[in-house]
Design a protein around this ligand. Structure first.
Ligand SMILES: [Zn+2]
Length: 293
């Protein structure tokens, strides 16, 4: 016991010398990561969901935020989160793709889901004019309905935006003073979008998009502009398999166990140690989504 205590004391001093930290930040020898965007309720995980989670945990991904994108998938996300509340949080919301199916009469059902203790943020919500699966008026209406609920319930928001920056900002600016906070999930935008988000006090979620040498190039240059207390990482699995992953899984399905690969790329782009980025992003995610200490 005494030897162990001495060893950990030495380690603590070595770490403290390498990077000054506040007492509230836990000292960890191995990175504990949080995947803030995982579609674990997706049916591609139906066959082997528990194995997917075990592999992620073995890779250091100890906590996961399960994304809800319809009433039904939000219910499923909450159900999964309930199986291990220490490990998971869920989001509850309506993705802009599904906005046309969401009506005023559904608002009370969404409100009830947001009040579940496993829910760490409202969303994913926002605007997507790239795919345009729902008419813009529906997308904007449903985005507003969710921001209104988040404001009313004092919740943070998990945000999605693609090819709709100006409309998105106009709506978000209206609600921002009443919102507890937000994260722009799967950020793939340009310098102006990043600046606008940071000015609004949003956090930024980075996915394996950054690992794509064709599409992720502009993003790599922007990464060092994100303050360490605003940065989080995510896989968006089963989507967005990091393109440079070697060897590639035959299924092409993304999994939370690949989060360390994204972490590594983010650290390289920022010119920081992997451990530094791991600790910052984990600390931010645990606070943002309300995990217990
Ligand atoms: Zn999204």
């Amino acid at each position: 016991m005494a030897r162990l205590a001495t060893m950990s004391g030495q380690r603590r001093r070595r770490y403290a010398a390498a990077a000054p930290r506040t007492l509230s930040q836990p000292i960890q020898m191995h990175p504990t990561l949080v995947d803030i965007g995982l579609n674990l309720a997706h049916d591609s995980f139906d066959r082997d969901r528990s194995h997917v989670v075990e592999s992620a945990v073995a890779a250091g991904v100890r906590h996961m935020v399960i994304t809800g994108s319809t009433l039904e998938s939000s219910r499923a996300a909450i159900g999964l989160a309930r199986t291990d509340p220490h490990r998971y949080r869920a989001t509850a919301g309506i993705h802009p793709h599904h906005a046309r199916e969401f009506h005023a009469a559904d608002v009370p059902a969404l409100r009830a889901l947001l009040l579940e203790p496993e829910v760490g943020a409202a969303g994913e919500c926002g605007l997507d004019y790239f795919r345009d699966f729902s008419p813009h008026e529906d997308q904007e209406r449903v985005f507003r309905q969710q921001l209104e609920l988040a404001a009313e319930l004092g919740m943070r928001v998990f945000l999605h935006q693609r090819d709709a920056h100006d409309a998105f900002m106009a709506i978000l600016r209206e609600y921002r003073p009443r919102l507890a906070g937000g994260v722009a999930h799967c950020f793939t935008g340009d310098e102006r979008e990043l600046r606008d988000y940071l000015e609004l006090g949003l956090s930024i979620g980075i996915t394996g998009w950054i690992c794509d040498e064709r599409r992720g190039h502009h993003l790599r240059e922007l990464l060092h502009r994100i303050p360490p207390d605003r940065l989080m990482i995510e896989t968006d699995a089963p989507y967005l398999l990091p393109r440079d992953l070697q060897p590639k899984p035959r299924s092409r399905r993304n999994e939370p166990k690949y989060l360390p690969h994204i972490l590594q790329t983010v650290a390289e782009c920022r010119g920081e140690a992997v451990e530094t980025v791991a600790q910052a992003t984990t600390h931010n995610a645990l606070c943002f989504f309300g995990f217990e200490k």
